[in-house]
Design a protein around this ligand. Sequence first.
Ligand code: NAD
Ligand code: LMR
Length: 347
Amino acid sequence: SRQMLRVSSAPLCFAGKACFASKAAQFKVCVSGGAGGIGQPLAMLMAMNERVKEVSVQDVSMAMVPPAGVAADLGHMEFPSKVVGYAIDPSKPAVDQLEECLTGCHLVLVPAGVPRKPGMTRDDLFAINAGIAKGLVDACAKYCPEAVIGIIVNPVNSVVPAMAELYKKKGLDPLKIIGVCTLDTVRANKFVSVMTGTSPMDVAVPVVGGHAGVTILPLFSQDKIAATIPADKIAALDKRTQDGGTEVVEAKAGKGSATLSMAYSGARFGGKVLDGMAGVPASEYCYLASTVTELPYFSSKVDFGPKGVVKVHDIGVLSAHEKVRLEEAKAALKLEIQKGLEYAKTC
Ligand code: NAD
Ligand code: LMR
């Protein structure tokens, strides 16, 4: 169905027997933070992707559920993928503990880290989450330097520049480090579909810029259904898309941020990356090193191919509202990028 196409051109297979006959499973995927709120359902969705032969569920030894337990649970589903759990001691370097977990990985999805509570910004998470991401990215550089690393952990706007610069310092390709902003597109699509009484499957709103507050810039003018929304409703729709994460943080009242919609979005992103690797052209809006604007990092449409990123697209024609918002987004994003670059300098 079209809904499945959103996640991958290889359908999520609920017909397990058909899967067992399939030769499509060829990729190894790691979910770091795989025992967490996002990690568990994300590992499940990746284990259900027909292109996936193995999932590493990686987390720390004192995780809420032992990674081996998550793996044992997922390993009983009737899919071809093998699921293995890996627990690390976070007081010791991740790089010394993750050889088997990461060797052979094509895609590493990183929701490992701390989520925000009401009243916090994503930026407040930088100090702790950048350190967690660095340990994992150092290990990826050693054991799977060709893998695409999908950074989900916040603040994406600063963590991605920090990690991409670290990859550059090691002589590796910074375009392997990609910030996952799919949830912003997913939210914009859903909000537009509800407002217009259409199917979310028929809506595809580009969201560019970054993944926090005003840096989240939905381009409603570029989607044919969203473009029919009266101009006086756009500012509020834009704001709701910017504040989608906060809406969930407040509704969860101190018990975390978006997990299930993020797992869906992470699986959609991961599915597209694996499509590209399998030779099936695929694209997604995501945040990475970029020359599309004067900023060194920016989110726009990215095409995936056999080795990951093949093309980063321009942002196209903007409405008057979007032009004003672009300037606002760039001003905020510039500072958040700077924070990531400084972190990388001091490492
Ligand atoms: P969570 O606390 O439920 O899970 C995080 C997991 O990471 C935990 O299981 C924890 O043990 C694990 N972890 C900590 N250090 C680790 C390490 N060194 N190695 C491996 N695992 C480690 O949190 P969550 O709700 O899953 O959110 C995770 C992150 O994702 C947060 O930073 C949150 O802000 C972010 N997030 C991003 C988006 C996005 O759109 N990019 C959306 C939602 C949440
Ligand atoms: C989101 O957009 O849901 C995430 O970035 C989590 C958050 O802190 O809002």
